[in-house]
Design a protein around this ligand. Structure first.
Ligand code: FMN
Length: 353
């Protein structure tokens, strides 16, 4: 009898929380927020991560002036100004000040060899200032720019002849890949879940990641990292976290966890961008792997608190970093089947105008 009442109460509570209240609250944004605040903490980790990222971004910009993502974003904005048609003589006055401040924190000429973006920052800023000398404010920042780079770069070595600034693409340099071959490659890539027990050379993985690195990303920020596990002990551990690889996880020779960086943004409005950017890069990665004889399987990383905690500890990531997805990689076992995975018809996924 008591057990029955308890069961009824439990059921009523579940219905209230998962049906009645959601149906009541979805009608307004405030009620929806209230619902998640009072009854469901599914978004808590995301809230904290977004906030941690914003705080880190803003405090770096204000205090240490070395938010790398901001410098990338603003260098990108300047490039857009430089390629604008018609090009304005003076532009970007609202952000050039913070760009130079950030540049002063990030600039390190000793890294030119290992980080091509250093040269890009320098070249784009030089190009910007060379075209906007008439403006007093811009000119004052030009002086500051020269001060920052003078001893450490210009006097040591002249900038290389080919500048990392906007350019006209040369058609004779384009890849010679006919559509049919490309389409074949997109169909060749299928989620592979059975791999050979054969080590994957890191040089090959790096090659594929270089290709992934060419993917577009919002303001060129690339707010993600590929954390690669090929060490058998670590692999064994990390393969145990994602839920979607039960039954075949043991066959995976390399697992990548793609981690997103929320400190790339100063406002919540951009909180989804890292997922888009990481996905675009991941797609390029998977296609590149196929051209190199390797195969892959994307693996879901659901927002489940207990798993998140384990993964966070394993990866030793900060609160503003979040695993986006995982990817199993290896040489495909020729005897392992892949799912047919027929795709939705063209008419279902595209609509003109
Ligand atoms: C974001 C994402 C998450 C995925 N998660 C899993 C997963 O956890 N386990 C799995 O076996 N496959 C996973 N897949 C692979 C999909 O099942 C697969 O891409 C889909 O069925 C289409 O098949 P195809 O990749 O062979 O074209 C995932 C794919 C994506 C894009």
């Amino acid at each position: 009898m008591i057990k029955n009442i308890k069961n009824q109460l439990r059921l009523a509570k579940r219905t209230l929380l998962t049906e009645t209240l959601p149906r009541l609250c979805y009608r307004s944004e405030r009620l929806s927020s209230m619902y998640y605040f009072l009854f469901d903490n599914s978004f808590s980790r995301e809230h904290r991560a977004v906030l941690s990222g914003t705080v880190k971004h803003i405090s770096e910009v204000k205090k240490t002036k070395n938010n790398y993502f901001l410098l990338v974003r603003n260098t990108h904005r300047i490039e857009k100004g430089l390629l604008m048609r018609p090009k304005r003589a003076v532009f970007g006055k609202e952000y050039i000040g913070e760009t130079i401040e950030c540049f002063s924190g990030v600039w390190n000429p000793d890294q030119i060899e290992t980080n091509a973006q250093m040269k890009w920052f320098y070249d784009v800023l030089s190009e910007y200032f060379s075209g906007a000398k008439e403006d007093t404010y811009v000119n004052s920042l030009y002086e500051r720019f020269k001060q920052i780079v003078s001893e450490s770069y210009e006097s040591k070595d002249a900038p290389a002849a080919v500048k990392s600034v906007p350019y006209i693409r040369q058609a004779n340099n384009f890849a010679q890949i006919p559509f049919d071959e490309f389409y074949k490659l997109t169909k060749q890539r299928r989620s592979v879940r059975w791999f050979l027990n054969k080590p994957v050379p890191r040089e090959i993985l790096d090659k594929a990641i270089l290709a992934a690195n060419q993917a577009p990303s919002a303001c060129n920020r690339q707010p993600f990292e590929f954390r690669i596990y090929d060490d058998p002990e670590l692999l064994k551990e990390v393969v145990g976290y994602p839920m979607g690889i039960k039954g075949y996880g043991h066959s995976i020779p390399v697992l990548i966890v793609i981690v997103g960086n929320l400190d790339a943004y100063f406002e919540e409005r951009d909180r989804h961008v890292m997922y888009i950017d990481a996905s675009l890069a991941s797609m390029s990665l998977m296609l590149a792997l196929e051209t190199l004889g390797l195969s892959s399987c994307s693996i879901n990383w659901p927002d489940i608190e207990s798993l998140e905690r384990k993964m966070e500890n394993f990866l030793k990531i900060e609160k503003y970093q979040r695993p986006i997805m995982c990817m199993g990689i290896g040489y495909p076992d020729p005897e392992g089947m892949v799912a047919f995975s027929e795709k939705r018809p063209l008419e279902h996924i595209r609509k003109y105008n």
